[in-house]
Design a protein around this ligand. Structure first.
Ligand code: PEP
Ligand code: MN
Length: 696
């Protein structure tokens, strides 16, 4: 290049060539998928194969890592490609050849329902004329009178629950569910101009959207929340009125369409806020048996005792897993209830048809709302793995020579603690629960045979710092992103953390890298708000015996990571965990982070023996924090490897893009290169023999 700067237009040309190549490869991939679909068409096998999908994702992530490309980016891209090819195969099996349909929805253009309807049509290769109606009922009448072929209506929201009016329409009319679609709701606040939140007097939105942003609305008490029949309509009204004291809640898309300025993004109480839509038709759909299917129904049980249980037994006894069960008052019958039920299965499948017949015999009333291709299914959960390794199976650990039957006998014969050994706790005691407790965070399971790595900076310092770290640790095998935003510092003059603003940065960085986040909660009044955003709530060593805080954490449905106190015994630590569990929240992960001893060569003395003791005495998972445990960078990796070998269920590690510049815990924070080395060798450390009650 003889010292000259490369010509930007030349580089852009090169980029265009590469992009064209990517599109051609996607087209080539689609052709192969279509050939596979043709082969499958002749057989009876289902079109979705979770194991194969996992292999593909692991394969491309490994290839990306070899090339120095972000593995999390490549995973995201391939997840989209795979979901598209499943849809392509389903389309082929359903014989949907495209075409034009008339679609009714409730709301105006750019409403969430509009977006969901378009997504549904695109997934099926259909073109549509979309018409918005004022109410759900009007949209349904368009369908019943033949003015529309399909209606796309919201049926439930993961924050606000079922939408009763739509269930009422399904109960009253001959309408059938023929499909479903999901939409991730990212509410924003938008106004006609950039104005401070304190100057707002009115906030308009659909009542469900207002309900989903309760915590945000409480932070602007001078603005009166006003119901509007649609989120997009509220945006349109704000644009038309041009009053700077009025704002609306709705999608960023609608804000842009009506020329509004977004004042705040992501203001829902919960970050994972999804709405599920049903696609309705006047006639039921026939869905190929190889397509994963769901059937929805309304059920009214008899008056005799155990009536509901009998109905549920029919479904579970016939191997149908239930994805939804909700009870609602039965109209006109005070204190009687009906149930909305979704099961996995296709009413055209003889096995499902037989179960539904049996259900009719056991219940007072059953209305089948339709069988349709399933989209909204719980993500399959997986135990944490290191470097793509599978957690060791019980056989591989106990030795392949052993006969499985013998092993089972050994399990049965193993001595088990019959009674609690402590006066201070009972629910966290092994005696109360033989199996290891498994705690779900996103699609990850913590505990049992899995191994999870939580990594990130001691403190969130800036957007750049946290997103760089997030991407790096995700690409090197971390499962969860850590970052403190409220910091318990020894000196009041030290950096105290970025607070709520830091939490937003942490959550955004985690979302971008595909990682749930963990952060420390210091006070009772932070619990609810933090529980809305963080995957795991951390209780710091200094707060291990903050009993009010522990009790409050026992009341939220969020995993809690409880650090061992600086000078706490294991018994005291388990008793602290009992405070949380006794309030009803069993999701406690213990974390050994070193204790104070007379030893002064390390910041704390990391007590690895605590792992063995805790695993024996309690069913809760226990992880290790070698960063605080040693306080010194060179000791972190060896102690991390030792912790895995000693049976920990995971690690909590401090990583900083430039440790020397870290605003807290600089001495113990690993550089990206050091973290990469830790992870590389961690995969070589044999995981501790899978330990259940049998091995003790
Ligand atoms: C932390 O994890 O950053 C922290 C403050 O830890 P500990 O409570 O163990 O000191
Ligand atoms: Mn720290």
């Amino acid at each position: 290049m003889n010292g000259q700067r490369p010509d930007i237009s030349g580089l852009r040309h090169d980029l265009d060539e590469v992009d064209g190549g990517i599109v051609r490869l996607i087209a080539q991939r689609a052709e192969i998928i279509s050939a596979i679909a043709a082969v499958k068409e002749g057989g009876s096998a289902g079109i979705q194969d979770a194991e194969r999908e996992r292999q593909v994702l692991d394969g491309v992530a490994a290839a990306a890592a070899d090339l120095g490309v972000s593995a999390s980016l490549v995973r995201r891209v391939f997840r989209e490609l795979i979901s598209d090819s499943v849809a392509q195969q389903a389309r082929r099996l359903s014989g949907e050849a495209g075409g034009r349909v008339q679609v009714a929805f409730q709301g105006v253009a750019h409403a969430y329902s509009d977006a969901a309807a378009q997504k549904y049509l695109a997934g099926r290769g259909l073109d549509g004329d979309l018409t918005g109606f004022r109410t759900f009922r009007e949209a349904a009448s368009a369908l019943l009178s033949g003015r529309a072929d399909l209606a796309v209506l919201p049926i439930e929201n993961t924050t606000a629950g079922s939408i009763n009016e739509v269930y009422a329409l399904l109960r009253e009319h001959e309408l059938f569910i023929v499909g479903e679609e999901t939409w991730k709701v990212d509410h924003c606040l938008a106004a006609a101009a950039e104005v401070p939140l304190t100057s707002l007097r009115r906030i308009l939105s659909h009542p469900k959207a207002l309900e989903q942003c309760t915590q945000f609305l409480e932070s602007v008490p001078q603005a009166v929340a006003t119901s509007y029949f649609d989120t997009a309509e509220a945006m349109r009204a704000v644009a038309e009125q041009g009053d700077p004291a009025t704002a609306a809640i709705g999608s960023p898309d609608a804000a842009a369409a009506y020329g509004l300025t977004v004042l705040r993004h992501n203001i829902s109480d919960l970050t994972d806020n999804y709405t599920r839509f049903v696609v309705l038709s006047a006639a039921p759909a026939a869905v190929d048996l190889r397509i994963p299917c769901k059937t929805s129904l309304i059920l009214v049980t008899g008056h005799e005792e155990g009536a509901l249980l009998r109905c549920l037994e029919v479904l579970s006894g016939s191997g149908h897993s239930m994805t939804k069960l909700e009870s609602r008052p039965r109209p006109g019958r005070p204190w009687e209830y009906m149930f909305f039920v979704d099961i996995e299965g296709n009413a055209a499948d003889p096995r499902t048809a037989a179960a539904l017949d049996e259900l009719r015999a056991a219940a007072l009333f059953v209305k089948i709302l339709g069988s349709y291709p399933a989209k909204a299914l719980r993500a399959p959960v997986r135990p944490g793995e290191v470097g793509g390794q599978q957690p060791p199976s019980r056989e591989s650990v106990t030795g392949p020579a052993q006969d499985p039957a013998e092993m089972l006998e050994a399990v049965a014969a193993a001595p088990r603690p019959a009674v609690s050994r402590s006066r201070h706790y009972k629910l966290v005691d092994r005696a109360a629960r033989q199996e290891d407790t498994l705690i779900g965070v996103g699609d990850l399971l913590i505990g049992g045979d899995g191994f999870v790595v939580m990594a990130g900076p001691c403190s969130v310092e800036s957007q750049d710092q946290i997103s760089t770290t997030a991407r790096f640790v995700a690409d090197h095998g971390a499962h969860i992103l850590r970052g403190g935003v409220f910091k318990p510092r020894t000196s009041p003059y030290s950096f105290q953390g970025l607070g709520w603003e830091g939490l937003d940065l942490l959550v955004a960085a985690g979302r971008e890298a595909g990682l749930p986040v963990i952060t420390e909660v210091m006070a009772v009044d932070q619990v609810q708000r933090m529980a809305g955003a963080a995957g795991i709530l951390q209780v710091g060593a200094r707060n291990m015996q903050n009993f009010d805080l522990l009790r409050e954490l026992g009341k939220v449905d969020r995993p809690v990571l409880l650090k061992r106190g600086l000078s706490s015994t294991i018994e005291g630590w388990l008793a602290a965990a009992e405070y949380v569990v006794a309030q009803g929240n069993q999701q406690v992960i213990l974390c050994e982070r070193g204790i104070r001893t007379f030893e002064s060569a390390t910041r704390n003395t990391l007590d690895l023996s605590a792992i063995a003791v805790v695993r024996e005495r309690s069913h809760l998972p226990v992880i290790v924090d070698p960063s605080h445990g040693t306080g010194s960078r060179p000791y972190v990796a060896p102690m991390a490897w030792a912790a895995r070998a000693a049976g920990a269920h995971g690690l909590l590690i401090e990583v900083h893009p430039d440790p020397a510049k870290a605003l807290s815990d600089s001495e113990q924070s690993l550089s990206p290169a050091e973290f990469a080395a830790l992870m590389r060798h961690l995969a070589d450390v044999p995981a501790w023999p899978a330990l259940t009650s049998s091995a003790r």
